[in-house]
Write a protein that binds this ligand. Structure first.
Ligand code: S3P
Length: 452
């Protein structure tokens, strides 16, 4: 149900005993979007095992169907996609509503942009409030037309030209979403589309394009910048894809177990791609007892089992260059920092203001409401741990699922419960959050909406 129609669902999390056992989380969200999209462009039938089934991913399922791909579910997490071939999308009959799925709509804009069809995209109130200029800039240079609301906001109609122009694009900001939109547009563009990444970002699009047989090459130039070259108008071949567990979901039970004394938890089969492992690296530096075993390859990626035990943490300075490898994890790291001895300094976070909410401001306000010392800078957060009483506050989450789940973890580990204003948006990313955490002993209770 869209956030406009659904009444808010406040929820309180209160302190829990040690977490123990073995759990698994759903398949990685970034890889799930890409598997559906490349499956829809490939020739033949792609099978996907371990697809995340959150609202965000189901929006991509509906979009691929609207473009004409046959997408079916045979069992939980097991899906089939009969593709249309590169350039074979049909013009959708209706508006495509991506709900809260920012990654889905941006990647789909790249897919449509290089096909001579028009498609109109919309989303929920949060997504309609955000500017898409940084995505449209490179696409427009390739010849894509976009008719948008002011400031490049949704709803918008994207119309591809008869032939898109290949682009050499130096990324002005580190964004895997921008990179991927351009590469997906490059698939149906004659010639070579080139991306220059001064700062590397998650590489799932490149890995999956390689697996589907695209003509793609990855290099470094003499300045150490990452160069991706893709030759367009080549067929993609259907694949059997197994999707590893999402590290950005595993992070929630992981941090809860670190913070609650006596915990001993294993999270199985989690993606260990280095561009996604910044949180684990940082938590280990903070003194977290985290061990990885059973490392193996799955679906062109490395996975492993993460074993975590309750630990005493100390504050650290997080290197700004690590930001792309943990961009979605800062809200949760800020929670961990609230329990660490000393101050944790997080800098180079400008991109966090562009996420589902302004995460620097929303996290700073939530921490302050729970008795934690926090300093907010234009691109930084400094969190000082060890307050005598952590928790007891009410948090405004601005419909941001990762902020909501992070503050519930604060409530589970704190001295007093934490109430978030709305649990509803969690459905978009981690529908199993409450049952998984409850299975480990977490206690949640519906709370009253604030008095009007
Ligand atoms: C994503 C990339 C990241 C991340 C988002 C998913 C992706 O965004 O925040 O949740 O799947 O490519 P940016 O690359 O724009 O920072």
């Amino acid at each position: 149900m869209s956030s406009q129609l659904r009444p808010p669902a406040p929820l309180t999390a209160t302190a829990m005993g040690p977490l123990s056992g073995r759990v698994r989380v759903a398949g990685d969200k970034s890889i799930s979007h890409r598997a559906l999209m490349l499956g829809a462009l490939a020739i033949g039938e792609t099978t996907i095992d371990g697809l995340m089934e959150s609202d965000d991913i189901l929006a991509t399922v509906s979009a691929m169907r609207a473009f004409g791909a046959l997408v079916t579910r045979s069992a939980p997490g097991a899906w089939r996609v009969r593709g249309l071939g590169v350039g074979g999308f049909l013009e959708p009959e209706d508006v495509i509503d991506f709900g809260n799925a920012g990654t889905g709509v941006r990647l789909a804009m790249g897919l449509v942009g290089s096909q001579a069809i028009a498609a109109t995209f919309s989303g929920d109130a949060m997504l309609r409030g955000r500017s898409f200029s940084r995505f449209l800039d490179p696409l427009r240079r390739m010849g894509v037309q976009a008719i948008t609301r002011s400031n490049d906001r949704l709803p918008m109609t994207i119309k591809g030209p008869d032939v898109t122009l290949p682009l050499e694009y130096r990324m002005p900001v580190a964004s895997a979403q921008v990179k991927s939109a351009v590469l997906l547009a490059g698939l149906n563009t004659p010639g070579v589309t080139t991306i220059i990444e001064p700062v590397a970002t998650r590489d799932h699009t490149e890995r999956m394009l390689t697996a589907f047989g695209a003509a793609i090459e990855i290099d470094r130039n003499e300045d150490g910048e990452r160069i991706v070259r893709l030759e367009g108008r080549r067929d993609l071949r259907a694949q059997a894809i197994a999707i590893p567990g999402d590290p950005s979901l595993a992070a929630f039970p992981l941090v809860a177990a670190l913070l609650v004394e006596g915990s001993d938890l294993t999270i199985e089969s989690v993606l260990l791609n280095p561009m996604r492992s910044g949180l684990i690296e940082t938590l280990v530096e903070m003194g977290g007892d985290i061990r990885i075993s059973n490392r193996r390859a799955l679906g062109g990626e490395e996975v492993g089992d993460i074993h975590v035990r309750g630990s005493r943490l100390k504050g650290v300075v997080v290197p700004p260059e690590r930001a792309p490898a943990m961009i979605d994890e800062y809200p949760l790291l800020a929670i961990a920092a609230a329990f660490a001895e000393g101050t944790t300094m997080m800098d180079g976070l400008g991109e966090l203001r562009m996420k589902a909410s302004d995460r620097i401001a929303v996290v700073a306000a939530g921490l302050a409401a729970n008795g934690i010392t926090v300093e907010e800078g234009p691109e930084s957060l400094a969190v000082t741990g060890g307050a005598p009483s952590i928790g007891g506050g009410r948090v405004t989450t601005r419909l941001d699922p990762r902020v909501a789940m992070s503050f519930l973890v604060l409530g589970l580990a704190g001295h007093a419960g934490v109430t978030i204003d709305d649990f509803g948006p969690v459905q978009t990313s981690f529908p199993e959050f409450q049952s998984l955490m409850s299975g480990l002993g977490a206690h949640f209770e519906k709370a009253e909406p604030p008095a009007a």
